[in-house]
Design a protein around this ligand. Structure first.
Ligand SMILES: [Zn+2]
Length: 440
């Protein structure tokens, strides 16, 4: 990375000490809370029912007195007062956009944004993420759409950094042309698309390194760990991953180039306050190295739909709270999985991503891809857990490989599995499926 530009997009906020951050967030949280009490019908009703008044909340510490907000509350709320719902806190005419989130099942969740929300929250946090991933004003970034919400917000975030934005759509030839003939050198999409593009480039007889693609930012899947080396080596690029939540901001966490693979920095300073809770009892967990639990988000300056203590269902582990070599002070996390995806085998919690990591250690005998087979709804699963494992380039003797995988899984994750080796698992353009729900 050249020294022509500073190393951190928002140097002031991304390098705050924890004390300064608490102070800033307390001020912003109390202001946001006042706004919510004044303007959000959902929260006015919710807090009144709990006997909570504004006078009960005097500090950021008091946030623990507020009940959580759950996704299903938003689904109900959105039926009562379109557009968005009774959690909308701005007049309808102030809304600039309404997105529907990429819901997995059932009705989508609608997300409203004002112009301020778009430019000062979404674009700002994405600019921080893209910058941490190596995008600079002289970058030309191909932006492959995932969900409309993410694609649009990334356009604004990329442009905010000063970089050049090149939307191409999913057409592989058009993506390749951007690199071959237009000097594009950066890419935003999902991790699965990066592997897909690598394969397609090779199939066309083009050396992926000749594309000049040097900077890749993406995410939305969690755990690039296993696929990253192949993508980085293939293109000769760096890959960083980010994660967030549609109802809050596209990204709240993002890796830096310097320490990629060792956790994603919290980069939502001043925009989104983060807590970690024990999903079983809702108690707060201290953010310190090794701590794990579910992320809970609180908006700090949202106008359209400020959500307070919104449960993400994302289960994470804190990797470090030390200042990073890149200079950022935001703590770093790794994703363990969705609280909803968590399975329990004889009382042991199992995250599909953790299973994939154990299997991936046996590359190149395996490809690193797995698919857990569930014949009835979890989270409680009777052992052995059925897992399809995709064979790699050099599988070796298959009977022995199957036994080895089952042993490794039992030793590392403490549950019994039944591994089925398969030549190829179904391919998806983005969002790989780790759990196949046979009962659906
Ligand atoms: Zn860093």
């Amino acid at each position: 990375m050249g020294s022509r530009w500073r190393n951190i997009w928002n140097e002031k906020l991304e390098t705050l000490s924890s004390g300064e951050l608490q102070e800033l967030h307390e001020r912003k949280f109390l202001k946001q809370l006042q706004y919510v009490f004044d303007s959000s019908l959902l929260y006015r009703k919710k807090y009144r029912n709990q006997g909570l008044s504004l006078a009960d909340i005097k500090s950021l510490e008091d946030i623990a007195k507020l009940p959580f907000t759950e996704k299903n509350e938003l689904r109900e709320a959105q039926m009562e007062q379109p557009p968005v719902g009774i959690h909308r806190a701005c007049p309808a005419e102030k809304l600039s956009r309404v997105y529907s989130s990429s819901g997995t099942t059932g009705m989508p969740t609608y997300i409203g944004l004002t112009a301020n929300d778009i430019h000062n929250i979404q674009a700002e946090v994405i600019a921080r993420f893209c910058w941490a991933g190596g995008i600079r004003p002289d970058s030309i970034v191909v932006n492959i759409p995932t969900a409309p919400f993410i694609a649009d917000c990334f356009r604004e975030g990329i442009e905010k950094t000063g970089a050049t934005h090149m939307p191409t759509g999913f057409n592989t030839d058009r993506v390749l042309s951007a690199f071959q003939y237009q000097g594009a050198d950066a890419l935003h999409s999902t991790v699965s698309f990066f592997s897909y593009l690598l394969e397609e480039t090779e199939k066309k007889g083009i050396d992926p390194k000749d594309l000049g693609l040097r900077t890749i930012v993406g995410g939305a899947e969690g755990g690039t760990g296993t696929i990253r080396p192949a993508i980085e080596k293939g293109f000769g690029a760096t890959v960083v991953e980010g994660m967030g939540m549609g109802e809050m901001t596209c990204v709240v966490f993002g890796e830096c180039v310097e320490n990629r693979g060792r956790g994603m920095h919290y980069i939502g300073q001043g925009l989104v306050h983060v807590e970690i809770i024990d999903p079983e009892n809702g108690n707060r967990v201290e953010i310190e190295e090794g701590a794990s639990g579910e992320l809970v988000y609180t908006a700090l300056q949202s106008e359209a739909m400020p959500l307070l203590r919104y449960r993400s269902r994302d289960h994470v582990r804190v990797v470090s709270t030390e200042q990073c070599v890149c200079g950022r002070t935001g703590f770093r996390i790794e994703v363990m999985g969705r609280t909803d995806d968590m399975l329990t085998v004889l009382g042991v919690n199992v995250y599909p991503l953790a299973v994939r990591d154990v299997v991936s250690a046996l590359k190149p005998r395996v490809s690193g891809e797995i698919e857990i087979q569930l014949d009835k709804p979890g989270p409680v699963v009777e052992p052995p857990l059925a897992i399809k494992v995709e064979l790699g380039e050099n599988p070796g003797e298959q009977g022995e490989l199957k036994k080895l995988l089952e042993t490794r899984i039992r030793e590392t994750l403490v549950f019994r599995s039944r591994v089925e080796l398969v030549a190829a698992l179904p391919k998806y353009q983005y969002k790989r499926k780790l759990v196949n729900k046979l009962y659906e």
